[in-house]
Ligand binder design. Structure first.
Ligand code: UD1
Ligand code: MG
Length: 496
């Protein structure tokens, strides 16, 4: 697999194969398509930002080795760099470009199987495009046999009129490939060693060349520009949502659903508009996402209802839970069955027991809460000491009632069945079944409002003056304005 190029046409400082599609680097796609074929070995040629590309490739989890093409002297040169890594391998080599993300396992399998069935020396895929601009064109002889490939920029007008193009996927016997690579020359517009020239060289050497014309060229489209990346994102998105619709998932607006390639969605789930599902997110059966949600590496059980405008990252939500609207589940959140997390509630490293509710304006961080407890509005777990950076834990038992506006200063434990009165700052453990309350007694001043109103009225300017003021005001001279200000200031002082 060739992944060493910069991708000049992307106009980026980032290597092309690191640009993301569906939240995953381009280079990972062809690798994922290859994996089920269980190749004897996978060699990836890296060059531009070699370390980053290597890391992205290794993250695929496949047994991949990388070789360095220190200077990018063309696709043929890239394959030359990979030859030493092939060692004494004498089987069929599949050559794949790293910028062809939508290629499927089925197509790669078909390439390999056709190659073997035809006992060919070299087999390539081809595609018909209405506008093949930029792609290499397939040259055929009078008998219709493939006899070469000419790059767009090197092609004559007559060759440019050919609509059969080269998607850049080949299967070739190792013992045929290696000597042909040695014959490549830089006699082209870019002064590079072109892998495509191997095809012409093979034809001239009398090798058997087989070809397969693909019915769905969009599958093997290459990404060379940002516009193509965006087009591909749309195709990928469409493919993925279609696949999930076929599997029994409803999308209220497929055009605004962004489902990553590794996401799983259970049957009869309903995905509302503007929902982004990334990473290894798994949605169970019968879930409902109202809309505007951003879920990364999050697992929802069955029948979970995510109301409008929620975000979740590395969170686990059990069956029948209700989340949102406007909730934020941060990494380490584990919600038990039937938990309710309501509006403006943030959770982080929070394990919440079955049936527990935290419905309004609450922060639950570094805590564990038992089942069937109720966390009142405005509850805060004070987990951070503000100086050492240390985070402390709050533990809340089963059937606990936490009153509104409670601060739990961690480390602290509220045992089973305890009640915490509204407005309490809990700094010590609360025993099971106890009530804890810290409350300054309220002071009541009878008749205070009437007295206050009287004072304010006395200080107010005369009604006639008020009326005069309501008229369009001539621009006040600076002195007059100062006087008026002074007056209101005195009035205010008097009112106090
Ligand atoms: C290539 C083909 C063209 C085909 C098209 C299909 C050649 C000469 N041309 O053109 O016939 O229609 O793909 O998409 O092969 N790379 C390296 N080292 C290099 C140069 C490139 O590893 O020195 C890698 C790139 O990272 C990329 C792949 O090879 O993943 C293809 O290179 P790119 O420059 O995109 O080739 P195209 O111009 O698209
Ligand atoms: Mg390309």
């Amino acid at each position: 697999m060739l992944a060493a190029g910069l991708g000049t046409r992307m106009r980026s400082t980032r290597a092309k194969v690191l640009h993301e599609l569906g939240g995953r680097p381009l280079v990972r796609y062809p690798l994922a398509a290859l994996a089920p074929l269980a190749p004897t070995r996978v060699v990836v040629v890296v060059g531009h930002q070699a370390e980053l590309v290597r890391a992205a490739v290794l993250a695929s989890g496949l047994p991949v080795e990388t070789v360095l093409q220190a200077e990018q002297r063309g696709t043929g040169h890239a394959v030359q760099c990979a030859v030493p890594a092939l060692g004494d391998f004498d089987g069929d080599v599949l050559l794949v470009y790293g910028d062809v993300p939508l290629v499927t396992t089925t197509t790669l399998e078909r390439l390999r199987d056709t190659h073997r069935a035809a006992k060919a020396d070299l087999t390539l895929l081809t595609m018909r495009l209405e506008d093949p601009t930029g792609y290499g064109r397939i040259l055929r002889d009078a008998d219709g046999r493939v006899c070469g490939i000419v790059e767009h920029r090197d092609a004559t007008p007559a060759e440019r009129a050919i609509t059969e193009a080269n998607p850049g996927l080949y299967c070739v016997r190792a013992d045929v490939l290696v000597p042909l690579l040695a014959e490549l020359r830089v006699d082209n517009d870019q002064g590079e060693l072109y892998l495509t020239d191997v095809v012409g060289l093979a034809a001239r050497a009398g090798r058997t060349i087989a070809s397969i014309e693909l019915e769905r060229p969009e599958e093997v489209a290459g990404v060379n520009t940002r516009a193509e990346l965006a087009q591909m994102e749309a195709i990928l998105r469409d493919d993925l949502t279609r696949r999930w619709m076929d599997a029994g998932v409803t999308f209220e607006d497929p055009a605004t659903a962004y489902v990553g390639p590794e996401v799983q969605i259970g049957r009869d789930s309903v995905i509302g508009p503007n929902v982004v599902l990334r990473g290894k997110t798994r949605i169970g059966e019968g879930c409902r996402l109202d809309g505007t949600a951003f879920l990364v590496d999050t697992v929802l059980g069955a029948r979970v209802h995510v109301r409008f405008a929620c975000t979740a990252e590395e969170a686990i939500v059990a069956d029948d839970a209700i989340v949102g609207p406007f909730a934020r589940l941060r990494p380490g959140t584990e919600l038990g069955p039937r938990v309710h997390i309501g509006n403006f509630v943030e959770t982080k490293k929070a394990k919440v027991g079955a049936g527990t509710k935290a419905n309004h304006l609450t922060y639950l961080g570094d805590c564990e809460i038992g089942p069937d407890s109720n966390i009142g509005a405005g509850t805060i777990t004070c987990n951070y000491d503000g100086s050492t950076g240390k985070k402390s834990r709050t533990v809340i038992g089963a059937r606990v009632q936490i009153g509104s506006d409670t601060q739990l200063v961690a480390p602290v434990t509220v045992h089973d069945d305890a009640y915490v009165g509204a407005g309490t700052t809990v700094t010590k453990d609360v025993p099971a079944g106890a009530l804890v309350v810290t409350r300054t007694p309220a002071r009541v001043f009878e008749g205070w409002v009437a007295r206050r109103r009287q004072v304010v009225k006395a200080a107010a300017p005369a009604p006639a003056k008020v009326a005069a003021r309501a008229k369009p005001k001539p621009v006040a001279k600076p002195k007059a304005r100062k006087k008026a200000k002074a007056k209101t200031r005195t009035a205010r002082r008097r009112a106090r």
